[in-house]
Design a protein around this ligand. Structure first.
Ligand code: NDP
Length: 420
């Protein structure tokens, strides 16, 4: 039995809400709070007749710490699941600290205004020290460790699919298949087709920032940074087929490098079609991916936010997307003195997801683990004071929950390796 507040009501939230409602024995009471209350009311309307979970809704500006604190104090949840945007991570963590409530999210902190001089100074120092230049990193949230410990509350970071399930796969591989893991290749393949020349599968602003940034990987204790999209490989994905994939920087590399002892190399690859890449390059070249405000006809606009308004809403892609995703990790290492390689992955069908919850597979593969991570915390299985990434807990109950709640996984003990 638990009382949970979900913040945000976009693509990922809509699946997390649906899954909490399916799991009403654990999630007895749910508040959906977001910027646009109409979306929360619509979600309540959609699910309340199908579940024993008692749903309430509220309007909240999650950039405003005091507003968050007031709402949390009023509703008194056991935990807050943040599926708004990474921009809101720190205000929501602050509000959880002020109210003594556990915190869960799916993406690490990212500054909304990357031109802010105070943020930029810290960012530039980090680039120099760490050697990767993505706008997002864990340092901001890991810095809350002592305060969460002292408050006796848990922050569970990054319980989506990647980060999230891929990180739990890593903990599971280490626990059951390896004495030492030497390399991890995280593969994120979306074989889905929505029929548009260009659209993003989750929040366009966050997605485009991620893929237009330089790529990087972890090797022998340090970061290696490469030009965006400069490392390409073809991989034959089970149930999807051959796809081109590109090396990207991705946030779980940072936490896995810290939490998987002895790992020598971690890379992340994502598949992209040529049409997506051509559109993205063109938009980047004309300045449409910029986050710096410009003055247009007397009004200040942020180009990437304007672009978001023009692009299809990711939440609307579900009905028209066909095909499957295959996301997982290839591990190499040593077991009982012998070399070993495995691929742990999940395949998810866009149309099956749509039939079940009305969303495409990208929102589904993130929303289901968001619910599972929250369940781990509120059930007490993954609860200890401090700030943790998902791979720091026992992976077994989470892996069982993936099978039960719609993301079954496979262990292939003879996979192809990535050729670069
Ligand atoms: P959407 O843009 O679809 O939804 C974001 C929601 O947050 C919207 O409902 C939006 O409100 C709300 N929101 C934004 N700003 C505020 C604010 N200041 N106060 C209150 N609510 C706010 O994004 P997604 O659902 O695609 O993504 C949600 C999160 O999931 C992101 O952090 C994303 O990075 C993460 N993610 C993680 C993945 C993983 O595998 N780990 C994969 C995909 C996404 P409004 O409705 O008014 O716009």
């Amino acid at each position: 039995m638990s009382r949970v507040m979900i913040i945000g009501c976009g693509g990922v939230a809509s699946v997390a809400i649906a899954k909490c409602c399916q799991n009403s024995e654990v999630f007895t009471e749910l508040m959906i709070a977001s910027r646009t209350k109409e979306k929360c009311d619509a979600a309540k309307e959609k699910w309340q007749g199908t579940t024993k979970t008692a749903i309430t809704t509220a309007k909240v500006d999650a950039d405003n710490k005091e507003e968050l604190i007031a709402l949390i104090q009023e509703y008194k949840p056991d935990a807050v699941l943040n599926v708004a945007l990474p921009y809101q991570d720190l205000t929501i963590m602050e509000a959880c600290l002020a109210t003594g409530v556990d915190y869960i999210d799916t993406a690490n902190y990212e500054a909304e205004n990357t031109e802010d001089p105070e943020w930029r100074n810290i960012y530039e120092a980090r680039c120099k020290k760490e050697g990767f230049s993505a706008y997002f990193d864990y340092s901001w949230q890991w810095a809350y460790q002592e305060r969460f410990q002292a408050a006796g509350i848990t922050a569970l970071l990054g319980t989506g699919f990647d980060p999230g399930v891929t990180s739990v796969f890593s903990a599971y591989a280490l626990k059951h298949y390896f004495d030492e893991i030497h390399t991890i290749d995280i593969l994120d393949c979306n074989g889905g087709d929505h029929g548009y020349p260009f659209a993003t599968n989750f929040n366009p602003e966050i997605n485009l920032r991620e893929v237009s940034a330089p790529g990087s990987y972890w090797e022998n204790g340090h970061w290696v940074e490469v030009e965006a999209m400069s490392i390409k490989s073809e991989y034959d994905f089970p149930e999807v087929g051959k796809k081109d994939m590109y090396l990207l920087h991705h946030e779980e590399i940072e936490s896995l490098a810290k939490n998987i002892p002895g790992v020598k190399r971690i890379r992340f690859f994502m598949t992209f079609g040529q049409s997506y890449l051509t559109h993205m390059k063109c938009l980047e070249n004309v300045g449409m991916l910029s986050t710096a405000p410009i003055c247009f006809e007397g009004k200040e606009i942020v180009p990437i936010q304007f672009l978001k308004a023009l692009l299809p809403d990711p939440a609307s892609l579900g009905a028209r997307t066909v095909g499957k995703t295959n996301i997982g990790c290839i591990f190499t290492g040593i077991k009982d003195g012998k070399e070993k390689t495995i691929y742990i992955y999940n395949v998810c069908d866009h149309q099956e997801c749509y039939k079940e919850v009305g969303s495409q597979a990208i929102s589904y593969t993130t929303g289901v683990p968001a619910m599972i991570g929250t369940m781990m915390v509120v059930s007490g299985l993954w609860k200890k004071p401090g700030v943790f990434n998902v791979e720091e807990f026992d992976p077994d109950p989470y892996m069982e929950a993936l099978n039960r709640w719609g993301l079954p996984w496979v262990v292939d003990e003879n996979p192809h390796l990535v050729e670069v």
